[in-house]
Design a protein around this ligand. Structure first.
Ligand SMILES: O=P(O)(O)OC[C@H]1O[C@H](OP(=O)(O)OP(=O)(O)O)[C@H](O)[C@@H]1O
Ligand SMILES: Nc1ncnc2[nH]cnc12
Length: 179
């Protein structure tokens, strides 16, 4: 029988990417391992099977890899929240800052009906800028965020605290502290 590895052990660190001083937590090494990837998707989806979710939303781009699999597993519609200029229909937008830059994300204005119960998925939570932008877009469309779920948390950057202060339930599968 193969040994079970902790999710954290599948994730590698690349120093000074994309800018000097950032310890980049690279989830491609999790995604490329079928056992690790399945373990992560199951751990993101299973806690929410009894929560009457109607929708899984995920953040461009790494969040799509996980969010699509979580939606498939839960048998729910998938909604992409994309970087500006990529969605073809009518959109609403939110600007935000993250650990190494700034961006704008968009969602289709008709992505779900008001009252939707949404699970927001991304690979990693750092400052929380990206996730807060996602939460704002979903709430502007009348959706209710049931929870936000991530593989990696960087607690030193404050995103998990920031989301919880907004009243969002946060699930993360592993922490990376400092270096
Ligand atoms: O909590 P924050 O400080 O906002 O950082 C977290 C975000 O940063 C990364 O995305 P990135 O914008 O690098 O985009 P990508 O998924 O397209 O690589 C990551 O996938 C999260 O979405
Ligand atoms: N340190 C980090 N590693 C990978 N993705 C990130 N997104 C924001 N900060 C990150």
């Amino acid at each position: 029988m193969s040994e079970t590895r902790a999710i954290k052990d599948y994730i590698r660190t690349i120093p000074d990417f994309p800018i000097p001083g950032v310890q980049f937590r690279d989830v491609t090494t999790l995604f490329s391992d079928p056992t690790g990837f399945r373990q992560a998707v199951d751990a993101l989806a299973n806690p929410f099977t009894e929560d009457r979710l109607t929708t899984v939303a995920a953040m461009d781009a790494r969040g799509f890899i996980l969010g699509g699999a979580v939606a498939y597993k839960l048998g729910l519609p998938f909604v992409p929240i994309r970087k500006k200029g990529k969605l073809p229909g009518g959109t609403i937008a939110e600007a935000y800052s993250l650990e190494y830059g700034e961006a704008i994300v968009e969602i289709h204005h008709d992505a779900f009906d008001p009252g939707a119960r949404v699970l927001l998925v991304d690979d990693l939570l750092a400052t929380g800028g990206t996730a807060v932008a996602g939460v704002k877009l979903i709430e502007r469309l009348g959706g209710h965020i049931v929870a936000a779920a991530f593989v990696v948390n960087l607690p030193d950057l404050g995103g998990s605290a920031r989301l919880r202060e907004l009243g969002v339930e946060v699930l993360t599968l592993c922490d990376f502290d400092g270096d």
